[in-house]
Design a protein around this ligand. Sequence first.
Ligand SMILES: NC(=O)c1ccc[n+]([C@@H]2O[C@H](COP(=O)([O-])OP(=O)(O)OC[C@H]3O[C@@H](n4cnc5c(N)ncnc54)[C@H](OP(=O)(O)O)[C@@H]3O)[C@@H](O)[C@H]2O)c1
Length: 330
Amino acid sequence: MTLTSRTVQIAAFGGPEQLHLVELPVGEPGPGEVRIRHHAVGLNFIDVYQRTGLYPNALPLSLGMEGAGVIEAVGEGVAHLAVGDRAAYASNPPGSYCERRVMPAKCVVKLPDAISFDEGAAMMLKGLTVQYLLRRTQPQGGLKAGDFVLFHAAAGGVGLIACQWARAMGLQLIGTAGSDEKCALASEMGASHTINYRTEDFVARVKEITGGVGVKAVYDSVGADTFMKSLDCLQPFGLIATYGNASGKVPPLDIGVLAAKGSLYVSRPTLFTHIATRERTQEMADDLFGMVTSGMVKIRIDQRYPLAEVAQAHRDLEARNTTGCSILTL
Ligand SMILES: NC(=O)c1ccc[n+]([C@@H]2O[C@H](COP(=O)([O-])OP(=O)(O)OC[C@H]3O[C@@H](n4cnc5c(N)ncnc54)[C@H](OP(=O)(O)O)[C@@H]3O)[C@@H](O)[C@H]2O)c1
């Protein structure tokens, strides 16, 4: 009997109306692959970029890059996973919005028993992103306890993990968010200061909070609306990690601006460079699991949608109606 899987696909780039549930056959894993049966699937803003075609992929496209479940079958050469293991991942290629799939094993890791499938599905892509941002995307000289950093969209999925992780590192994270309620949530989760960037001038507020000095690093996933102003929040030699485009792509940069604003550094990182090898993925995942199982980072799942309601999940994410993580349930 051929196994099948209900899977969310798009046949054309566009709005949430392009998301369709189809039934696809699922085969056996080849060398270096596993078949996983999902218990839950994570929703990420990158799924929106892929749906609209901002990040283009071949069509038809199965969406989704994060999930958790049980290993059903293991291909040749896969030594770190066995049938029956609880597992979770953030991984290319997309295709996690489904019941089961065959996928490369190198980004799939065992999920500790203390972490639920829902948490595993919610936290892998977002948590590994915070891991590489705060631990490895640092300004010259590094970051130490007491240092100020600015983190945009601090009440979102990545944002609330970052607030808690920064607090654990002793950093003073200044978090921006789009409402007073979201700011209160970011504070509760570890931001030392918050700014409602819909009603306040965040450059002026950052200057005020840091006594005119500015921050050592800005982590900016909002993109077009914030990028240039973010540069004005940095102290000399500061670093901006521009790692997302929730408000649109950052326009081309005249690099002379970096000299004029104080010998600044710009990085445009992506998680997928960091998790390019199995060893590195496991090392980062171990760090993330340690933060979660110790209780220093709690994974807030504020929205849950059945797989069939994925279009509503996309609408809510794009409309800035969500906080923390969102998952699709199966
Ligand atoms: N490069 C990487 O490795 C990497 C990895 C993971 C995530 N990311 C990026 O990190 C960001 C956060 O991802 P996430 O999945 O956790 O999403 P999220 O933060 O839960 O949702 C995005 C948030 O961005 C803010 N935003 C500001 N302007 C917006 C606009 N015009 N439209 C929509 N949202 C806007 C909203 O918060 P407010 O209402 O508070 O402004 C919104 O809730 C995304 O940009 C994502 O692409 C990058």
